[in-house]
Ligand binder design. Sequence first.
Ligand code: ADP
Length: 186
Amino acid sequence: MRIAIFGPPGAGKGTQGVRLAEKLNIAHLATGDMLRAEVAGGTDLGNQAKQFMDRGDLVPDDLIIGMIQSRLTGGSGMVLDGFPRTIAQAQALDDALRQANMPLDKTIYFKVDRDELVNRLLNRAAEQGRSDDTLETINRRMDVYEEQTAPVLDYYNSSGKVIEIDGTGTPDDVFQRLVAAVESGS
Ligand code: ADP
């Protein structure tokens, strides 16, 4: 099963993506996690990416596409979390998956109101101290999401159905909805 999870920052993609990949026993490919590992490792890619991440901007498409392409292995499947985030990334993903003859099975969107998202991210800032969880950067990430990533949902909606899930409630509530959506035939 190949699943892409979309949603604004703070919608719970990471938490739910890890759980879903474990349940289905498939890979969890999260570009945000990969980038943070590159930054922590002080690699060239990490050093280039850091300035964009710290501002709340997207890392340029060529860097992201290069980073993820080698990890799009066949295997039994994958949960894509935080990728694709631009139309160019979605097109690159489509091409790669078409060539490998392994299209996405499901695209899932977590819906959460902006006020709730900002609250969640400020709480996460207090708990985890992620360097991009300041109020200014959070607002920038929300705007970037609306400008650059929301159009990707329209792109997928035009070729198939995006399954919308209510991302509010406890993580267990959301996970139940997610599993139900993945297991449904739609
Ligand atoms: P969140 O969705 O909470 O903002 P992520 O961990 O998914 O968190 O992403 C953190 C940052 O990493 C983003 O703000 C962006 O700078 C960068 N990033 C992650 N995935 C991508 C991507 N697919 N394209 C461009 N930048 C990305």
